[in-house]
Structures are given as C-alpha cells and as structure tokens.
Design a protein around this ligand. Sequence first.
Ligand code: HSE
Length: 436
Amino acid sequence: MMRTRPLKVALLGCGVVGSEVARIMTTHADDLAARIGAPLELAGVAVRRPSKVREGIDPALITTDATALVKRGDIDVVVEVIGGIEPARTLITTAFEHGASVVSANKALLAEDGATLFAAAEKHGKDLYYEAAVAGAIPLLRPLRESLAGDKVNRVLGIVNGTTNFILDRMDSSGAGYSEALDEATALGYAEADPTADVEGFDAAAKAAILAGIAFHTRVRLDDVHREGLTEVTSADIASARRMGCTVKLLAICERAADGKSVTARVHPAMIPLSHPLASVREAYNAVFVEAEAAGQLMFYGPGAGGAPTASAVLGDLVAVCRNRLGESTGPGESAYTRLPVSSMAEVVTRYHISLDVADKPGVLAQVATVFAEHDVSIDTVRQQGRLDSEGLGGEASLVVVTHRAPDAALSGTVEALRKLDTVRGVASIMRVEGE
Ligand code: HSE
C-alpha cells in the first residue's frame, strides 16, 4: 500500500556526496517510493554557498540556515553530509529533538563523540544510521550490526582509506617513491590538497574506531586507536616486502584479545602476504576482512569513496530509516553492552620485520640475537647481505630480521636496545607483519 503523504527529507550539505544524494532521490523517485511505501520529498537543502548553481535542485529549497531547517518540526529524516564535529553534532542532536531521524556520513563525529549522538537518538526514539561513514559504498556496518548480530566477531582487518591504498599500490607496482606516488594521487583527485587526514592515518583511525565499536559491541573512540601513517614508508620497505612474498598496506586492525577481556584498534602500515585476499586490493579500492567465530572469514570489497558510491550508502540508509518510520519503529541503536576496555598498542601481539645496517664482523649476529632473546622475542628468519661501506671497502652488512609474534612493547624495546649497540649503524626500517 502506497501512502500518499510524502516523507520529508532535509539535506545538510550539497557537495560531492550531497548533490549525488539529491540527484538519485530525483531520478529514482518512483523506485524509492515503491521500496519505501511512500514518496520522498526533498524539503530543504542547507548549504554554505547559496549562489552556487545546483543542477536539478529547486533554488527555493536552498537555505543557509541549517538550524532552522532541522527545527522545522515536519522533517522526517535529516541527511547530514557536511562532515566535521561542529556544527554537525548540534544539528544532529537538534534534529532528534525536533522529531527527525538522521542519516549521517560523518566518520569524524561518530568516532569522536558517537556516544552523544546515540544517546540523543535513543532519548527521542529516533534512528541514527551511518553506513556511508566507513568504506563508502561497501555494505559493511549493516552486515556487522545486523547480519552478524548472532555471531562473535574476533577480528576486523581492513583497507579503509582509498588514497593511501592508491599511493602504496603505485609504489609497489611502479617502484615510485612516496612523494611521486602522492603527487600522482593528487593529480588524479584521490588525495586532497592537504593530504594529512589520509596519509597520517586519521581518516582510517576514525573508521577503525567505528568498526571496533560495532564489531565488539563496545565503545571505542578515535583517541583509543593507535595511529601511524604511511609517510615513512620507503621504496626499500616495499622491495623488502616483495622479497618476503609480501606487499605493504595501510591497515585498520580491530581485535578482541585472546582472553576476550579487552579489545584493540590500530592503524599502521604493515606487510601482508601476497596470498592474503587484502593484498590484491589495488588502486583506491577498499576491502575489509572480518573473522567471526561461526561465520569464519568474510571479505567486503568495493569503492570506498566518491560522490555516487557514498551516496549509494546514504540512500540505502534513507530507505531503511523511512521504512522504520512508516512502521513506527526504529532499527538497532548503539550496542555497547560488553563495555570491554581498549588496550594500548604495547599489549598488541604482532610480528616485526626489522632491517638493520650493521658492521660485518665476527660476533655481530650473536650480539643482535642476544638482544632479541633478552626481550623474550623469538626470531623467525634472518637474512644478511654484505655490502661496501661509503669508502668502498666492505665490512658492512644489511641484516633483515623477521620475528615470531610477541607483544608490541617487547618488540619496540628490542629495537630501542638494538639502536644502542655500537655494531648497529642504524635501523633502516621497522614494519609489522600481519595477515598470516
Ligand atoms: N579520503 C578517504 C579515502 C575517503 O581516501 O578513502 C573518505 O573517507
């Protein structure tokens, strides 16, 4: 049965994503109405620059007063695609107070202060959906929240930032250095003029916080996520990974501790074996590998950014929220009942690939091995290659050590002690090894 009174949608933001949301709402209006059971009406569009021409949008709907729009009282769903912490947070909580449900793509806000938003949604009996906040078009949060609600997720391992995956893929496939690959990503429009959020891992860390919270039914904030970007990754690291049958990816890793009593969330570059499904994720694509107790291993793959792909996720949420609205119900809210503490990086158990420049003389290997033993870190493989020193006389070597799994604190303590050895000229690179 089609209800004739339309559901009113307020759009906050009309940039790359918002304009695509408006376009799809118009071009697919009949299908969306049939799927929801009522037509959608775009009731207002809040923007910063009202004079900009916005094709397909009635100019009468444009306003710069987002607060008045969310306070109208007749809005069914507010779609927030402006990003950032404020004014987005106040607009969303005001929308709940005035009777609307909310669809948001705002990963930064959800990772920083999701608790405030969830509490406001619950207090007012409204929906807060945010599939587009993590990995763009890829259906991921709904499967975690709903399809896997009966299972126990133990690990989420993902490539959740397209820009950095593009850079690392270029470094791997063409031998380009970091700066050259970043320039290419910028020229192609993947990297922004200020690429800090992507290359320093902030964007991926926000997504890791959201994923960990949903996967483990607990609350994880951006500050809980250990974060390292990829600006230090060199061509030599990539070549070294290749020699080990690995590639380098910027990974978001969320894990439940072996004893089940805590969780961790981290973002850093890591070597993964070429045989791992994430190794074949090329260009700016995203992919997330989920390990659940009963389901086993699942992989979600697709475009993680861009106007239309992100709008697809927003529209999916909009349909779901509107269906709930018509049924006078709400979908699942925040599930944080486990209240598991988030452990620090020091407690994460992982493997290191360490590349050292050492003196090539008797006893050096034994000295290095002793440092590992003193820190209770077991060595898996050692590869040494002699090379000439700066005067061409030899007597130096590159030593590549790959460890077995050990707490990160023990591994970083080992590296600190290695740096103090006279025979260690320098630590050329350190990278974690994951996905085995
Ligand atoms: N800048 C992000 C990326 C997309 O490169 O994947 C938005 O999260």
